[in-house]
Design a protein around this ligand. Structure first.
Ligand SMILES: Nc1ncnc2c1ncn2[C@@H]1O[C@H](COP(=O)(O)OP(=O)(O)OP(=O)(O)O)[C@@H](O)[C@H]1O
Ligand SMILES: [Mg+2]
Length: 351
């Protein structure tokens, strides 16, 4: 729609709202069908780092990450054709882009607005940075606690069970001379003690897959690639740039759990012959990918399993983007990209 027509149609009507919307603490952005911002209140300017009125008349694409612009445009057009209000951020991990390029997690509630017979969209945008920081801090504390419990299980219960095993073994040996009738029972106690000890150590290892310091993501992923091998499935691991920078513990933990779920999905669903786990660390981001050559993901619509959602949730906790795609050459690729962002330090609040 040409600018003059737009002004003629609802320019005056919009003026009536400006005063009210300026006083609203939520960030409000009103757009037309052509993807142009007609009005953004002061909170929206602040949220996205623009000076007063700088956004009025700007393309909405300024606020959307480059990789999401096409998808966002489709959603907008669909919304104009079938305007049903609701929250966009609740159903997907949404990010906005600030003026300097910083990506911020947001939630968007859309509502249709008919003004002077023209259909507009009102977006109320919530800043999720504080919520994400809090979630990251809680998650980070629970990861830390889990590592502590794992270490405790290993060092305390595991060692005690080893000592009990040694004592029972020595008793069983002595009993052969002194009281042979109980030797068999002592051997059974010994075997049970060893089983419980093995289970305890396995549990401890599962709770601290990244080692006692929590930092050996590369080693843990390499072990995972070996563990997935069974039947005709081969596992490979490759790393790049990992020696140059340290990956924060919480980021490493979430990436490992994502890799674990992605590889478990390959075993369960893909009927693949090979799975490759790759970890790449560059100056701007960390990228984890799990690629298989199996039957390929059929559809994401089902949603009955938990795995895909928990992977997305984990990615959100560390400000990462998760994508799951069916590869043109066959198979599925799960990739998770963690950008180094200005709130990096909050990804690892325990350190
Ligand atoms: N690598 C893959 N190859 C083929 N299909 C896959 C792959 N990964 C996931 N899928 C499909 O996506 C669906 C959802 O996966 P998701 O991990 O959410 O659930 P699940 O593995 O079935 O159950 P859960 O993870 O809760 O144990 C799967 O049921 C499967 O159909
Ligand atoms: Mg799964």
């Amino acid at each position: 729609m040409p600018t003059e027509e737009r002004d003629l149609d609802y320019g005056g009507a919009l003026d009536g709202f400006r005063g009210i919307l300026a006083a609203v603490p939520a960030a409000i952005v009103i757009t037309a069908k052509d993807g142009v911002i007609l009005f953004a209140n002061q909170s929206a300017h602040l949220l996205f780092g623009y000076a007063d009125n700088e956004l009025d008349g700007a393309p909405l694409a300024w606020l959307v990450p480059p990789e999401a612009r096409d998808q966002h445009r489709d959603l907008e057009v669909r919304f104009f054709d079938h305007p049903v209000g609701g929250a966009m951020g609740r159903v997907r991990d949404l990010y906005g882009v600030r003026k300097g390029g910083e990506r911020i997690p947001i939630e968007i509630h859309l509502a249709p607005l008919a003004l002077a017979r023209v259909q507009l969209t009102v977006a109320s945008i919530s800043d999720l940075r504080d919520r994400r920081r809090l979630e990251a801090a809680v998650e980070s504390a629970s990861v830390q606690e889990q590592c502590r419990l794992g270490a405790e299980l290993h060092d305390s219960l595991g060692q005690q069970l080893t000592t009990i095993g040694l004592l029972v073994s020595s008793l069983a040996t002595k009993s052969r001379l002194l009281c042979p009738t109980i030797t068999d029972e002592l051997r059974r106690v010994l075997s049970l003690t060893r089983e419980v000890n093995d289970s305890t150590r396995r549990l401890a290892r599962d709770m601290t897959p990244l080692g006692p310091g929590g930092g050996d993501l590369e080693g843990a992923l390499a072990r995972l690639a070996t563990q997935v091998q069974h039947g005709g499935l081969k596992g490979y691991f490759g790393a790049q740039g990992t020696s140059e920078s340290r990956i924060p513990r919480n980021v490493a933990h979430q990436l490992f759990r994502i890799a674990q779920e992605a590889t478990s999905n390959v075993i369960k669903h893909a009927a693949a012959t090979a799975v490759e786990i790759e970890l790449m660390v560059s100056a701007s981001h960390i990228r984890l990918s799990v690629t298989d050559d199996g039957r390929g993901l059929q559809s994401l619509a089902d949603g009955s399993g938990m795995g895909l959602n928990t992977m997305k949730h984990r990615a959100g906790l560390i400000g990462a983007t998760l994508s799951i795609v069916r590869r043109a050459s066959g198979g599925t690729q799960v990739s998770c990209v963690v950008p180094h962002s200005p709130w990096d330090h909050l990804k690892d609040s325990e350190e």
